[in-house]
Design a protein. Structure first.
Length: 319
């Protein structure tokens, strides 16, 4: 049984929630839409046997604060950098899925000293989606536009969070019922919380700012080793883009891994395959711990009650 600590701290001006498990070189997992930190429930036990695993909810999602601004990729990347400083963590291995991969990519570009290696899961970078936009791409990425409309999505989704989420989970997974039962209800509860849908919409509403940031350093490639993995059966990514070509534009040292019989949520649809890929890519990561923050900037941590979730071969205890 892997003990997982639920905690919060204040960093970069917001209260951030994160899960933490294991010890050793730090590995940070950033969730995508429409998930929360719960989306990494199959990876945490596997990685925590070798690594210190830190799993934050990004700004606007899950149990992290949902302020009215600050949803551009650079600010959200800085949220993670400041969280790591508060935890006394220096260099990390960084894993991001979907929206989390966008934040992870910006973090790797803005703070190359922080990222030893990077994994991006089922993600086409923001500026490339914008650059390649045509009728076919627009059909797959319709929600990018819908989610950016001010106030309307929140009004239409309120009280129907289950219908909204069911569409994405069913449409985006190779097996439409991959996310069902307790897992689905966990997400419905998270996105039914006050401000949760607005937080997610605010993330999408920062797209123009995100593209502008990406264009500023489009010619500069990420220098650390990068693994791009994706679901081979997802219409908006693996079936629509040449993913090796896409990420060759972004990274100097690239490995790629399409996952068969898988859609947009590899970590939940094919967790064993993802865990093998992650452990192989992370092998050799020895870590480097930074000096803890000075005494005048103490870490503020609040612990939550214990809960146990079954995760297939093992149970995860959340303290």
């Amino acid at each position: 049984m892997i003990a997982i600590r639920r905690a919060t701290c204040h960093a970069n001006g917001i209260r951030q929630f994160y899960l933490e498990a294991g010890s050793g070189p730090p590995v940070v997992l950033l969730r995508g839409f429409p998930e929360t930190s719960f989306g990494w429930r199959f990876q945490i036990p596997a990685l925590a046997t070798r690594y210190r695993v830190i799993v934050p909810d990004l700004r606007g999602y899950g149990e992290t604060d949902k302020p009215s601004r600050g949803y551009d990729q650079r600010t959200m990347a800085n949220d993670i950098v400041e969280l790591l400083k508060t935890l006394g963590v220096g260099r990390v291995a960084l894993v991001g899925h979907d929206r989390g991969a966008r934040v992870a990519t910006r973090l790797a570009k803005d703070h190359p000293d922080v990222v030893d290696r990077l994994v991006v899961m089922d993600n086409v970078p923001t500026r490339i989606v914008a650059r390649e936009m045509n009728a076919k791409v627009a059909r797959e990425y319709w929600f990018f536009t819908f989610h950016q409309i001010l106030d309307l999505p929140e009004a239409l989704i309120a009280g129907r969070e289950d219908i909204w989420l069911r569409h994405f989970f069913s449409d985006w997974c190779h097996d439409p019922m991959t996310i069902s039962g307790e897992a689905f209800e966990t997400y419905v509860k998270a996105y039914s919380a006050p401000g949760a849908v607005r937080g997610a919409m605010s993330d999408y509403r920062a797209s123009a700012e995100d593209v502008a940031q990406d264009l500023e350093d489009a010619e500069r490639k990420i220098g650390c080793p990068v693994l791009s993995l994706w679901g081979a059966d997802f219409g908006a990514v693996g079936r629509l883009f040449d993913m090796k070509a896409v990420w060759s534009e972004m990274a100097e040292n690239l490995s790629v891994a399409p996952i068969e019989r898988c859609g947009h949520l590899p970590q939940e649809e094919q967790p064993e395959a993802v865990n093998r890929l992650l452990l192989d890519f992370l092998d050799g990561w020895a870590g480097r711990t930074a000096a803890r923050i000075q005494q005048e900037h103490p870490m503020r941590v609040e612990l939550r009650q214990e809960k146990v979730f079954p995760t297939g071969q093992c149970s995860v205890r959340i303290d």
